[in-house]
Ligand binder design. Structure first.
Ligand SMILES: C[S@@+](CC[C@H](N)C(=O)[O-])C[C@H]1O[C@@H](n2cnc3c(N)ncnc32)[C@H](O)[C@@H]1O
Length: 249
């Protein structure tokens, strides 16, 4: 399994990322209203997308995530909703009785599945949870267009105020690219005003595009749309990322 040290604190994750999701929420709300049925958010994290989808559509929404504190934050933020349910589980091993008209995976969570077997299993598992002609919509960075060059030192990526009100300087360093398995390894560093530094790490899988399409085909998904981003910019084969809209065949 992917190193989950980046997902230790749901409150801090929200403080850093919560404000960045308007395009995802707008696009997925529109798609969910078209699908008219229950929604499954795989690797839902703190519910940044899950919760607005439940609020805006009124449909029943289920979120699955393996990181305890991320899910606890999602639960705490959605106490007022009766149409939302969170499940602490591995995305490769959860079993819900319900079938879903739409499944989503945001935040490039697809890249947490580091082997072809895991990605295959994940897509099969989601496929089984979809109703006939159900949709899976997810984003991923692309091997062909993402800058995979390793860094010699930490680079400042952003600054934000964390859940405790501290000014945080957030750095990352791409430490290694495994070009056989197409996995990029990052070290992360957060610097606090008192000089304290907190380190974490993550690794991301990059499937070559022909392998992505082969995975879709082998798991029974047809590509309905593909975009460069959540604003629906035209898909770019050599771009840094993509959003795929897949339909269960
Ligand atoms: C980058 S975050 C994205 C969270 C959320 N989808 C969003 O867009 O804010 C990736 C999430 O995937 C979860 N995750 C990673 N591997 C998982 C697995 N095998 N099963 C379930 N969740 C997993 C992590 O705990 C984390 O919450």
């Amino acid at each position: 399994m992917q190193n989950l040290s980046e997902f230790r604190s749901g409150a801090d994750y929200d403080a850093q990322y919560d404000h960045l999701y308007d395009p995802e929420i707008a696009y997925l709300t529109q798609m969910a209203l078209g699908q008219k049925g229950a929604i499954l958010d795989v690797c839902c994290g703190t519910g940044i997308v899950t919760i607005p989808l439940a609020e805006k559509t009124g449909f029943e929404v289920h979120g699955v995530d393996v990181a305890e504190d991320m899910l606890a934050a999602a639960q705490a933020k959605s106490q007022h909703l009766h149409n939302i349910h969170f499940h602490l589980a591995d995305a490769l091993d959860f079993h819900l009785a319900q079938r879903f008209a739409l499944s989503i995976m945001t935040g490039n969570a697809f890249q947490a599945f580091l082997t072809e077997d895991n990605a295959l299993h994940l897509l099969q598992h989601i496929h089984q949870h979809l109703s006939d002609a159900g949709l899976l919509i997810f984003d991923t960075r692309l091997l062909e267009g993402f800058d995979l060059t390793v860094d010699t030192d930490f680079k400042l990526k952003s600054e934000y105020i964390d859940a405790a009100g501290h000014d945080v300087r957030y750095f990352w360093k791409k430490t290694r690219f495994d070009d056989i398995n197409h996995i990029l390894y990052f070290d992360k560093k957060r610097q606090y005003p008192d000089g304290k530094e907190v380190f974490s790490g993550i690794e991301l899988k990059f499937f070559p595009q022909e392998e992505l399409y082969s995975l879709f085909e082998r798991t029974g998904f047809a590509v309905l749309h593909q975009f460069a981003n959540w604003q629906m910019s035209p898909f770019d084969l050599a771009g840094p990322g993509a959003v795929f809209v897949l339909q269960k065949e």
